[in-house]
Design a binder for this molecule. Structure first.
Ligand code: PFF
Length: 461
């Protein structure tokens, strides 16, 4: 949840104020729908405890190394991804690396806004007292296939984003989101305690925390890695851009650890709100566990209605999720607008408007893909699922691989270490070097190949 901070206009080449400035902004970018909506459904679907373990290992090895690298690349070059890649190497392959990092948000942003539209609908629903109706079985499926309303709320969400960006009040939103973030945490703690203490919920807690090897599949790793990129806003140029605003005196390792910790905490809290509730309200029914993108919208209303004060809690909950989604979408849109204006020389206004039209067109395919365009399948997937797949399982691994190659081949691990050791000890150096040199390239290639082969039905993972 965040806005891309406006590029620093300061002379000391640091755009973030004070030590916590970067941590707050990066954590705010990291925390969004990915934590609250995406993490719980992937964890439920791809194995519970085993997914969580793999996710944590990835976050604290590979995710850590990539987050450090992206920030350092930004800080060393003071450029956004396309320029940053060019600064180290002039080859075509490297230019491609910069571009693919810059293009990922163009795929994510339109469908992110579709989910944002669903959140707006639920917020409006709680405000108009539809608390009972929204908790009924089949409500969400009926709603997203109803075409007009989801499309309308999606467009409202895109328009809201554009108004903020054109109005230049990005920093205001950032401030609001910083106040909202602690409230979101408190509310998440309350709802998760409530959810975990429902009869039958303990099975859900066990499912989420006790790894069961029988639930493991190759998809567990593929989805955990995609989620790691998504949640930490990696492999999409964001952290390179943020890094370009970071002060040379900042301890990058310390900041990275704080960001990872905070982001993971919110994801686990969201999991604790939703997964035990699935067990309490549907006995861990496999269909509900596999509900995918709809999971949050199905279980949270049930939890809320049973709380007895569902309407005010629902308003507050969806207001906060809405703000998290809106500020994240602003950040994604800002990145795309920045790429368009830098690379095509367009004004900010023109870039924002063209991008808005593009987002509405592509997002509409995703939104209507649950209704009138239900037959429109790309390699057997609904449009939204396809956009999620192509960005997370295909483009992000390639983008991340490009970063690893840039670091290991062009920049060199020694230069990176010097950058990290500027003002503090580089404590996790062995983990960093091992991740960048061996773990990441190996895992990325395997994951890329297996997810593509599985999407085409050549192997089943
Ligand atoms: N990390 C965000 C989330 O988990 O929702 C998604 C995201 C937001 C990625 C903003 C990139 C970004 F600029």
């Amino acid at each position: 949840m965040a806005s891309k901070e406006s590029k620093p206009k300061t002379t000391n080449n640091s755009g973030f104020t004070g030590k916590m400035g970067y941590v707050m902004a990066a954590a705010a970018s990291a925390v969004g729908l990915g934590n609250i909506w995406r993490f719980p459904y992937l964890c439920a679907k791809y194995g519970g405890g085993i997914f969580l373990v793999i996710y944590l290992v990835l976050v604290f090895t590979f995710g850590y190394a990539l987050l450090m690298s992206e920030t350092a690349i930004g800080r060393m070059t003071r450029k956004s991804p396309i320029g940053a890649f060019k600064s180290f190497s002039n080859t075509k392959a490297s230019a491609f690396g910069g571009w693919i990092n810059a293009l990922v948000p163009f795929i994510i942003c339109p469908y992110y806004a579709v989910i944002g539209g669903w959140v707006v609908k639920y917020l409006v629903g709680y405000c108009t007292g539809e608390t009972q109706a929204m908790a009924a079985d089949g409500y969400f499926g009926g709603y997203i296939s109803s075409n007009l309303q989801p499309e309308l709320f999606f467009i409202i969400f895109v328009l809201l984003t554009m108004v903020v960006i054109l109005g230049g009040v990005v920093n205001g939103v950032e401030k609001v989101s910083r106040i909202m973030m602690p409230i979101l945490i408190v509310l998440a703690v309350i709802v998760s305690i409530y959810s975990c203490t429902r009869p039958g919920a303990v099975e859900g807690i066990k499912y989420m925390f006790i790894p069961n090897i029988h639930n493991f599949s190759m998809m567990t790793i593929v989805s955990a890695m995609g989620q790691m990129f998504y949640s930490l806003s990696l492999a999409m140029g964001i952290m390179i851009t943020y890094g370009s605003y970071v002060d040379k005196n900042q301890d990058l390792e310390d900041s990275t650890t704080k960001i990872e910790f905070f982001d993971t905490l919110i994801a686990i809290l969201a999991g604790l709100m939703i997964i035990p509730a699935v067990f309490a309200f549907s006995g861990g029914d496999p269909d509900t566990l596999n509900a995918g993108p709809s999971l949050m919208f199905i279980t949270i209303p049930k939890v809320l209605v049973s709380m007895g004060f569902g309407t005010p809690a629902g308003i507050l909950f969806f207001l906060l999720v809405f703000l998290a989604a809106l500020t994240s979408n602003i950040s994604l849109t800002e990145t795309c607008v920045g790429t368009l204006s830098d690379e095509l020389g367009w004004s900010r206004r023109k870039s924002t408007l063209v991008f808005g039209v593009y987002a509405v067109l592509l997002g509409s395919l995703a939104s209507l893909g649950y209704g009138v365009l239900g037959d429109l399948k790309i390699i057997g997937m609904q449009v939204l699922d396809f956009l999620d797949f192509i960005s997370n399982s295909v483009m992000m691994p390639i983008a991340a691989l490009a970063i690893c190659i840039l670091v290991v081949r062009n920049i060199g691990l020694k230069t990176m270490a010097d950058e990290f050791e500027r003002n503090s000890a580089f404590k996790r150096k062995p983990v960093y070097n091992f991740s960048m040199k061996y773990l990441a390239p190996f895992a990325l290639v395997i994951i890329l190949i297996s997810s593509v082969l599985s999407a085409f039905g050549i192997i089943s993972i």
